[in-house]
Design a protein around this ligand. Structure first.
Ligand code: PEP
Ligand code: MG
Length: 753
């Protein structure tokens, strides 16, 4: 049965025309269940009815014509109850609706089950039979399982249909994603395709032997150079014997036989990529067939090597591609590394087919002040290429190929946004203080680029979070101590008399380094942040030494440790920091100052160890992004559970309040550097809770300052008191948005002024 089910669902997903796919499917289901009729209905929420889409058993003329109201007939009943209904004699059921057009008078037995995707009934699938009998439990289980799997395929197909649908009345198409970074943008899509793997290369013939063989030789030479550079940079970072891998790779590439075989395939008429694929896959097959595990493992090396050559082959093509001036970047999975790679090309907005609201890519997008929409669904990327688009980062709406009216409407909103932006800028140099005199320090979240642009300060009084991992990403090996020293020096220099909090490397989770791959089933619960750097003191010490050296003459460095879950990690990290401090002091002729040390509060376990932790460090900085993720057990990157990820969830707000109360009790400085600090609602709640410092991206500093300067502290306390009594995140959002509108600050949480 399982095989039949897989076959049916696979056929459904492979057929590009949904109508044909459904028609094919109902026949397969009818045969598999040895019944006499199978039909599929789709819900139309505007018309409030189910439309018969396909059937094998009901009259052909009724397909696409007959509709059953949401509260009519047995089909309507399945939709209302949201559960399967199994009836031996349907004609006698009080809800049976006689529709002569479908010609179902002969059928008695009826089994219908809803097709539900993300809690929404998309349609109904039913089977019918002449013999009046109850369908068996097995038959029911089969149909329910099929419907659950169909739901995903139909949701995807519907999204694809939206892209391809063109009607005479509607000139543009709308897609809905998850709003992730606010703002509006009008531009043209630029698709970033995933870096190709050899397995995804399609075999293509080419008649230009000379061109293709030259391309191949160039890619090989480039790969050999890359490997040489990588090996050099890794010296001293990884053990000597591990460096042998680079030599082995180089050796394989330089060996005449491999290259000759590929050239031979090109001579036979294949293009360079195809020739590479054909030869390498033969080798891989031979290696994988060997019993010896060591030899088998070499298959992985060959594949890796071939992918590097492929990358260089494809790079030549990528370079010739023009970026639209008003580029809206779209990819299957926009990661922080991808954004770091494209950020200099003037991106107007980002759209990711997968992902969710608080991935690091989104955090970067907010820091750049560009709208982002995530989790749009499985739509072929190529269908977006070069299309004009409007992005509404407040609502998550994407308007493809907009008509003049829609464009005008959004152009107007974009102007209003710009006006608000300009007004807000007026407060940049004013203190961040409420109308009744309560002040809070606003600091900057930095680390986006190596170069620090002074215009990014926007009135911040220091750096509250410098994410050091970002500059580690867009490169192909770990940076040296000297390289890191020069980055950190520039950052410390940008706020010479104000605190600069540098967080030690926080890789893992969704922040992968291309040259330090980690494969885990549960990366956010795995090897991440301090767990990695304590296991690799050589990486940690180099980083801390670079920070301490960069701090000489400034003395404004503070070190922040990410992903702390207990006191042992803090003790171990402090021991290493002390070691680095003594080393640097003994090497330096100038005095080296001891930085303050703080920890991120982002793993819920620390909430119950605040006393012990406060005795060890100088400050706490709450990472509300991860705290929300770990407290609610919701992956911050997962589209399916995106609606559950909410920093305004009462549990998160109460945890934040608890932390603030206890930090005051233990007399330890408290700041918050998660995204919540940069949101108007979040900032006013945190101010009321007693947070001393709020750290946010450059773009938000002026906005939050404006909000704080237009509100009373006593009002924020009332709002907080009320929010802490609410029971759902939705209630909190509604209440806060209502309060912001009342205060004339609604333009900060929706499009327009
Ligand atoms: C956080 O978790 O809130 C935080 C600031 O760190 P990151 O988003 O880099 O994990
Ligand atoms: Mg974090």
């Amino acid at each position: 049965m399982l095989t039949t089910l897989r076959r049916i669902v696979l056929a459904l997903t492979k057929e590009p025309e949904l109508d044909l796919a459904l028609q094919h499917m109902v026949t397969q289901v009818k045969e598999a269940m040895a019944t006499e009729c199978c039909s599929v209905y789709f819900a139309d929420y505007e018309q409030e009815h189910f439309l018969l889409m396909a059937s094998d058993g009901l009259a052909k003329a009724a397909h696409g014509q007959v509709a059953i109201g949401f509260s009519e007939g047995l089909v309507g009943l399945v939709g209302q109850r949201e559960e399967p209904i199994n009836i031996a004699n349907a004609q006698q059921h009080p809800r049976f609706k006689h529709s002569p057009e479908v010609k179902e008078d002969d059928f008695n037995a009826f089994l219908g089950t809803p097709i539900i995707h993300q809690r929404k009934v998309l349609g109904i699938i039913s089977v019918q039979q002449k013999q009046a009998r109850q369908f068996t439990e097995n038959e029911e289980a089969f149909l329910v399982t099929l419907a659950a799997q169909m739901a995903m395929a139909i949701a995807d197909a519907e999204a694809k249909g939206i892209i391809n649908r063109k009607t005479s009345q509607q000139h543009w198409q709308k897609l809905q994603g998850i709003p992730a970074s606010p703002g509006l943008a009008i531009g043209h899509f630029y698709v970033s395709y995933p870096q190709a793997q050899l397995s995804s290369v399609s075999l293509i013939k080419s008649s230009s032997f000379h061109k293709q063989s030259k391309l191949f030789q160039q890619a090989v030479s480039k790969t050999i150079r890359d490997l040489g550079q990588m090996s050099q940079r890794m010296q001293g970072v990884i053990p000597e014997d591990a460096l042998d891998i680079f030599d082995m790779y180089k050796h394989m590439l330089e060996s005449a036989s491999l290259g000759d075989e590929i050239i031979e395939k090109i001579r036979l008429g294949w293009n360079a990529e195809s020739a590479l694929k054909i030869v390498i896959e033969q080798y891989v097959m031979q290696f994988e067939a060997v019993d010896d595990p060591y030899i088998r493992e070499r298959a992985t090396d060959i594949k890796d090597l071939a992918n590097r050559v492929l990358f260089n082959l494809q790079e030549t093509k990528v370079k010739t591609t023009d970026f639209p001036e008003d580029m809206v970047l779209i990819a299957q999975d926009v990661t922080a590394a991808l954004l770091a790679e494209y950020q200099h090309k003037g991106i107007k907005a980002i759209v990711s087919l997968s992902g969710s609201t608080n991935s690091h890519a989104v955090i970067l997008a907010r820091a750049l002040g560009i709208p982002a929409i995530m989790g749009v669904g499985s739509i072929p990327l190529a269908s977006f290429n070069n299309k004009q688009v409007i992005i509404d980062g407040y609502s998550g709406e994407i308007f493809l190929s907009p008509d003049q009216n829609l464009l005008k409407e959004y152009q107007h909103l974009v102007v209003e946004e710009q006006e608000l932006h300009n007004i807000v800028k007026e407060v940049i140099d004013l203190p961040s203080i409420t109308r009744d005199g309560k002040s809070v320090e606003l600091l900057l979240n930095a680390g986006l680029g190596v170069e620090f642009d002074h215009s990014m300060k926007n009135g911040a009084v220091g750096i509250g979070l410098y994410r050091t991992e970002i500059p580690f990403m867009d490169r192909n090996c770990f940076p040296s101590e000297q390289e890191q020293f020069s980055w950190y020096r520039k950052v410390l220099q940008s706020f010479p008399r104000q605190p600069v909090v540098m967080r030690t490397l926080d890789v893992g989770g969704d922040k992968a380094l291309p040259y330090f791959p980690i494969t885990e089933d549960n990366p956010f619960l795995g090897w991440r942040g301090i767990r990695i750097t304590l296991d690799h003191p050589e990486i940690f010490l180099v980083q801390v030494r670079a920070m301490l050296k960069a701090n000489i003459g400034f003395g404004n460095l503070e070190i922040l440790l990410p992903m702390i879950s207990g006191v042992t990690e803090v003790d171990d990290a402090i021991r290493l920091i002390n070691q680095a401090y003594f080393e640097v002091s003994s090497e330096s002729t100038e005095p080296v100052s001891k930085p303050k040390i703080g920890i991120m509060l982002e793993v819920p376990a620390v909430i119950f160890q605040l006393k012990e932790l406060s005795q060890r460090v100088d400050f706490f900085s709450v990472g509300s992004n991860d705290l929300t993720q770990y407290l609610l057990a919701v992956d911050r990157n997962n589209t399916r559970v995106a609606a559950l990820y909410d920093a305004y969830h009462p549990a998160v707000l109460r945890a934040l309040n608890f932390i603030a109360e206890h930090a005051q009790q233990h007399l330890i400085e408290l700041s918050l550097c998660g995204e919540l600090a940069g949101e108007p609602g979040g900032a006013l709640l945190l101010l009321a809770m007693g947070y001393d410092k709020l750290s946010m991206n450059s773009h938000n500093i002026a906005r939050i300052k404006w909000v704080l300067r237009h509100i009373d502290y006593t009002q924020t306390q009332q709002i907080l008191r009320h929010c802490l009594m609410l029971t759902t995140a939705k209630q909190v959002h509604n209440y806060i948005n209502e309060q912001l509108e009342l205060l004339g600050l609604g333009g900060f949480v929706r499009a327009g002024k």
